[in-house]
Every structure is written in C-alpha cells, then in structure tokens.
Design a protein. Structure first.
Length: 270
C-alpha cells in the first residue's frame, strides 16, 4: 500500500485520495481489489459501464471494505423515474445502502441539461434520494466543456467529472472558474487521453507526469485511472505517493509535448 496524498473534495467535505479508480475497463473483482490495495479510497463507475456489469464486479471487490471508500456512480437517465430505477439497481449491484456521489452522466447538451434540471427531471430524483439518505452528494459528468460549465454554474452540483490534460486545457477557462465559485469538487478523467499521450523510447515523458500535471492545478481534487493495465496503475500510484505535482518548468515542457502530439493528430478519439 502506498501513502497517497489526500484532499478534501470541494464542498462535499469528503477526504479522498488524489488518485481514484475509474470503472469500465476491468472485468474482475481481483484487479479492482489490487487497485484498492494500492491505498486508493475513491472508486468511480456508472450504471451503463460494460452493459451494466461493472457495478456488480465492483460490488464484489468492495465487500468488507465499503466503509473505507468513497463510491461514485452515475445514471444517464434524464427523467426522475428512470434515474430512480438506475439508482436502485446501482445500490443492489454495488451491495451498499448508499452511494457517496451520484452523478448525472454525460450531460453534453443544453436540451438534456434543461430536462434534467426541470421538474420531473433526473435532478429531482437525486434530491429525493439525498433526502432519503441513499445519496450523499450529487455530481455531473460530461465531455463538452461549455455545457458542463453551464451545469456547474447552476450551483446544484457538488462535484463535476470532466476531462483535462496537458494537450487539452479548455477546462481551465470554462469549468474550473465555475467550480471555484461554487466549491464544486473537481474530478479529472482523460489525463492521459485514454493512454494516447503516452510515448515510447528515450525522451518520452514519464507516464505518471501526466497525472501530476492535472493534480498541479489548484482547482483539481483528484484524477481517475482506468484499469486497462494494473501494472501501470501500480506505477502511477507509487509515483504519486512520492510526488503529486510538477514544477512550472516541468508543466511547460509537458504542455509543449502535448501540443506536439495534438498537432500530429494522434490524440483524437476514434
């Protein structure tokens, strides 16, 4: 187990490790357990990951250690009834009586945001679930920076999960300022652009530096790493336990590298 740095996640008051486990890429409980054994206390999944199977595997992995963890999951339903069904299924599959952070998933358009925030929308289900003790905090996730900025600017979300890295810095001028205003806890995905930023050979940046980069921003709480490669996850955990941020010069060097990779067209998602 590594002594990972911790931080209070925005206005939630939750103490979280600055490295979290991202769901969707692992099909067995043993690998999730191995990631948690690195000292991580934050696990993020979603109702739709791996066609609904991810939560059940995580539920198996967290059995006996649930109280030591911060569990976040998501619903992509836009109406209250569908969101409630998703939550009840998530609680069953995760084997828990509550989730710490329940997120409105993939809220990438103004029309969807309006539906979610309107009477009868998914937010009303989240607020009711919070009143019932089934949900502690409510979050939002998405990939379109201006739309997620608008969601955070509503002030109703306790956390936001968005993507940010040394090549794509748009969150710095859209989402982060709103998060600072509302005390919204910021969780980062895509710090390595789904591994596309990783280089090979002499002169390639250390893989952990991409995660140090995002953690160097004062608005960021933690970064997620999906379990595509458990050995890599362990190396990143070990590296962040040793040092979790970069110097200004190191940041500039990584940004220059990211700009080169982006200009080369190797970072687009296929």
């Amino acid at each position: 187990m590594y002594d990972l740095p911790r931080i209070t996640l925005g206005r939630t008051g939750l103490e979280v490790t600055r490295l979290g486990v991202g769901g969707a890429y692992c099909d067995n409980a043993d690998t999730y357990r191995a990631a948690l054994d690195c000292g991580v206390n934050y696990v993020d999944t979603a109702r739709i990951y791996r066609d609904g199977k991810d939560e059940a595997v995580i539920g198996e992995a967290i059995a006996g250690r649930r109280d030591d963890l911060v569990i976040a999951t998501k619903s992509d339903s836009r109406d209250a009834a569908g969101a409630r069904r998703d939550l009840e299924t998530s609680l069953h599959d995760l084997g828990t009586d509550h989730v710490d952070i329940w997120q409105i998933h993939y809220l990438n358009t103004a029309a969807e945001r309006e539906q979610v925030l309107s009477p009868g929308g998914a937010l009303s289900a989240a607020l009711k679930a919070r009143d019932e003790g089934l949900v502690r905090f409510i979050g939002v996730t998405g990939h379109v920076w201006p739309e997620i900025q608008a969601a955070v600017a509503s002030g109703v979300f306790d956390t936001v999960l968005c993507w940010y890295n040394c090549a794509y810095k748009d969150a710095e001028t859209t989402i982060f300022p709103e998060a600072d205003i509302y005390g919204t806890g910021v969780v980062i995905m895509n710090a390595s652009r789904n591994d596309k930023l990783f280089g090979e050979g002499e002169g390639a940046p250390n893989e952990v530096d991409f995660y140090r980069y995002v953690l160097s921003h004062p608005t960021v709480g933690l970064t997620l790493v999906g379990l595509r490669d458990m050995d890599r996850f362990r190396r990143i955990a070990e590296g962040l336990a040793q040092r979790s941020t970069l110097s200004e010069e190191e940041k500039r060097e990584l940004e220059a590298y990211g700009a080169e990779r982006r200009a080369a067209g190797v970072l687009e998602m296929g």
